[in-house]
Design a protein around this ligand. Structure first.
Ligand code: DX5
Ligand code: ZN
Length: 220
């Protein structure tokens, strides 16, 4: 089963609650929440108060993507404000094994993420211990960027490696995923598609999501 994770970064914050409910009613099981600190990435987004205030709006899986340095500082806080899963960047930490343990001990699922320039093999040592690998298909930091085509090969390589070793881990793809390429992205091996602009811009949220759901059904 494929999962759509709309990225809040592209939502209209003036009507945020309404838009979140629309994503849930349209079948998006996850909500992707991008936290940026202005250091790991150039931009700053939002943090715990926003997550806490939307928690009661939805029963979706809150998929918190930390683009911050030293993410171990805030695990407890993100769980308390409503995260169901915490994804951190391998490039942002020293001892990944320790953080994986800490996130699990806090009672939520763990994702590890890598930027487009980091060799995909870097995640191999952790595949037995995490629930998700988030493959960035744009440089992290901003929504609305074009999908980097080399990502297909990276997703495929990871898919093959995971299948060969029967690791119970999902592949999530983040950045530039939309109507034009969602079929290729799942064909390459993604289980979870993050989409910001493609969900919240142009047509209505429900029409946009219906397109993803149709593409998923064709493949299932
Ligand atoms: C980028 C974020 C992405 C982004 C996706 O740093 O991690 O989740 O919001 O947005 P789109 O789908 O517009 O590329
Ligand atoms: Zn993200």
């Amino acid at each position: 089963m494929y999962i759509l994770a709309p990225s809040l970064l592209a939502a209209d914050f003036n009507i945020l609650g309404q838009q979140i409910r629309e994503t849930e009613e349209s079948g998006a099981q996850y909500l992707h929440i991008d936290v940026m600190d202005g250091i790991f990435v150039p931009s700053i987004s939002f943090g715990m108060p926003l997550i806490a205030s939307i928690r009661d709006t939805s029963r979706q899986f809150f998929d918190v993507h930390l683009m911050i340095v030293n993410p171990e500082r805030y695990i407890k806080e993100f769980v308390e404000c409503g995260a169901d899963g915490i994804t951190f960047h391998l490039e942002a930490v020293g001892d990944a094994e320790k953080i994986i343990e800490e996130i699990h001990a806090a009672g939520v699922k763990v994702g590890i993420s890598i930027k487009p320039g980091t060799p995909i093999e870097k995640v191999y040592p952790y595949l037995n211990n995490v629930e998700t690998v988030l493959v960035m298909s744009v440089e992290p930091g901003f929504g609305g960027q074009p999908f980097i085509p080399e990502s297909y090969g990276r997703i495929r390589k990871l898919r093959d490696y995971i299948d060969e070793h029967h690791y119970p881990v999902k592949i999530e793809v983040d950045g530039g995923v939309g109507k034009k390429n969602v079929r290729e992205v799942i064909e390459a091996g993604a289980d979870i598609c993050v989409a910001g602009s493609a969900v919240f811009k142009k047509r209505s949220v429900s029409e946009n999501i219906a397109y993803f759901m149709d593409a998923f059904k064709e493949k299932e």
